[in-house]
Design a protein around this ligand. Structure first.
Ligand code: UDP
Length: 270
């Protein structure tokens, strides 16, 4: 059954069994999990209660294009314990290959509801990423929406490579169950990959620009546009200078890429 991101009564809230078995598809060389938003919540909660590190990552059209040329990023995605579709392009593209992904799961939609589940289970979070003060503001809003949620620390995402060890120590000292890393793809996935053995945290989760949205720093656009596959258009209108290349050129490249791969595969299979 499909569950709505805003649904606060995911089975996990009632104490679901840890889900261990992955059902995945191979989409353009990336292993993507077949699960809906409720299933994602169950899985993350199950992973957070086990010894880690478990890596949770997402893919959208932009990520697929980056992964095509960036081997380290592609490997990081394929080594993750869970990879979900956060963009409608991946869902539609996968459909073209005969794979049925239940839909996209977008952090800005589901995170408040997930946090209510986490609060009920005593799951502690640490937020790492975004500009100074943004993760803090996001944490305050999450706690307001999920009373009892424990956010044990935050840190901005603009640090020098030689500061990473200090941040790892700080995170380990505060003992979160889930570290949300919001530094954009592929930076966050490579950081997670690099420090996953030093971090004593059950779940390391790349979340992109989530803190900007949760904090209210970046507007998201009308819900009906978001619900009909136009999140990219809303983002483009809000940040045209930063994102025009990603969406105007990237979306066309992505469509070309999947059609070409499809055509080549058909040719190969006779
Ligand atoms: N960011 C960061 N450190 C950096 C570069 C970016 O913390 O060195 C943050 C940035 O402030 C923003 C997020 O990473 O909050 C990237 O957002 P974007 O929407 O581009 O992520 P994606 O679309 O890749 O998920």
């Amino acid at each position: 059954m499909k569950r709505d991101a805003a649904d606060t009564t995911f089975p996990a809230a009632a104490g679901a069994e840890p889900a261990v078995c992955r059902q995945t598809i191979d989409f353009l060389g990336i292993r993507v999990d077949v699960l809906d938003t409720g299933g994602l919540c169950d899985r993350v909660l199950a992973l957070a209660r086990q010894e880690g590190p478990h890596r949770v990552m997402y893919v959208n059209a932009d990520c697929m294009l980056i992964a095509r040329h960036n081997r380290a990023y592609r490997q990081a995605l394929n080594r993750a314990d869970l990879v979900y579709a956060d963009g409608i392009g991946v869902v539609w593209g996968a459909r073209l290959w005969g794979h049925d992904l239940p839909g996209r799961s977008t952090g800005a939609d589901f995170m408040p509801a997930f946090c209510r589940v986490f609060a009920g289970h005593g799951i502690r979070l640490f937020l790492l990423g975004a500009r100074e003060g943004v993760a803090d503001a996001a944490a305050r809003r999450l706690v307001a929406q999920a009373p009892g949620l424990q956010v044990v620390g935050t840190h901005h995402g603009y640090f020098r490579p030689d500061e990473s060890e200090k941040i790892v120590e700080q995170v380990n000292r505060l003992r979160p169950h889930i570290l949300l890393v919001g530094m954009g793809a592929p930076c966050q996935e490579l950081w997670i990959e690099r420090y996953s053995e030093s971090l004593r945290v059950p779940v390391l989760w790349g979340v992109g620009g989530l803190f900007d949205f949760l904090s209210g720093r970046t507007r998201r656009g009308p819900q009906w546009l978001l619900d009909h596959g136009f999140e990219w258009l809303c983002r483009l209108l809000v940040e045209p200078r930063r994102l025009w290349r990603r969406y105007l050129i990237g979306n066309m490249q992505f469509v070309y890429y999947i059609l070409r791969q499809r055509y080549l595969a058909r040719d190969r299979d006779g």
